[in-house]
Design a protein around this ligand. Structure first.
Ligand code: SF4
Length: 302
């Protein structure tokens, strides 16, 4: 990350709009560091981005969020909160509770082992943010480690089960906890690998230089899928498990579509390479030769 350069001002705006035109995503998440570091650029970008896709800005809300953004359609402002005030203020200064209280749409919190160890912590957190009238949604993820990591934040399997039971119970009476039952239960059987993670396979994560891909998913490195706690991954896994027709689930359609897409892309890449070789051979030969037909075209445009 330290070796990456990022952009500012007009260049940043132009590059992001150009990426949007290139990838045409349905959804764009702008995450940190903190996107509000570039709030002037965001002020110009957001009205244009919301006409192209559903936009999510994830911030620590360390500075006031411009009021005009509240009127933008298709925009979701998510504030990352690290637990209740004592823990959050230590980790997130200057984005303290006091600073963020008036700046919120949706709250996202990553549950760590310490939170589970303290009895009543998660209900207290959800109660606190439910009482804030500007908060519409509360989302909870679970800390996702890299493979082999033993960070103190990691949950034991038993702690994970307790979190699931707690969230299932709270969602019955706190409707701001925007997590369907199916999504919460997915925490107990996360995708086995990035290749089988619908979220990882349907997103394209770019780093601050807007070029370097973060792979295999937004966590980068070698994430431990068996201990994944990403709410987005669980949400898409739950959608994948929806039955559409008899035993056929949305996941069947997704993976079949992915397989067809890969096959077609492989054929296109092979055809492209063959075409380049033929062009090269042709340019080295003064006598133009007839080009063979591949995929119904003879590459002369006929
Ligand atoms: S989002 Fe979670 S399950 Fe998906 S690839 Fe990353 S770590 Fe694995």
């Amino acid at each position: 990350m330290r070796s990456l350069s990022d952009f500012k001002g007009r260049e940043l705006i132009a590059r992001i709009l150009s990426l949007m035109d290139q990838y045409k995503p349905l959804h764009l998440s702008i995450v940190g560091g903190d996107p509000l570091v570039r709030y002037r650029e965001l002020d110009v970008l957001l009205p244009q981005l919301v006409t192209r896709a559903h936009i999510q800005v994830v911030t620590s809300a360390f500075r006031p969020i411009p009021l005009a953004w509240a009127a933008l359609p298709n925009l979701q402002l998510v504030v990352s909160v690290d637990g209740l005030q004592p823990e959050h203020d230590v980790r997130r200064k200057p984005a303290t509770y006091k600073r963020i209280l008036g700046n919120i749409h949706a709250v996202h919190c990553t549950i760590t082992s310490a939170m589970v160890k303290r009895s009543g912590y998660i209900p207290e957190f959800i109660d606190f943010w439910s009482a804030n009238s500007s908060v519409e949604k509360i989302w909870m993820s679970i800390f996702t480690p890299q493979r082999g990591a033993t960070n103190p934040e990691c949950l034991t399997p038993d702690e994970r089960r307790r979190v699931v039971n707690t969230l299932l119970r709270i969602r019955r009476y706190r409707n701001k906890l925007d997590m369907p039952e199916g999504m919460i239960k997915e925490f107990l059987s996360p995708p086995v690998s990035p290749d089988r993670c619908i979220f990882a396979q349907s997103t394209h994560t770019l780093s601050a230089d807007l070029r370097t891909r973060v792979e295999p998913c937004q966590f980068g490195g070698n994430p431990d899928c068996s201990r994944c706690g990403c709410i987005a991954s669980m949400g898409l896994a739950a959608v994948g498990n929806r039955k559409l027709l008899g035993p056929i689930t949305a996941e069947h359609i997704f993976w079949t579509s992915m397989a067809i897409g890969r096959k077609v892309r492989g054929i296109e890449d092979a055809a492209g390479q063959r075409f380049t070789k033929l062009r090269l051979a042709q340019s080295q030969n003064s006598q133009p030769r007839a080009l063979p037909k591949i995929l119904g075209t003879d590459f002369h445009g006929r």
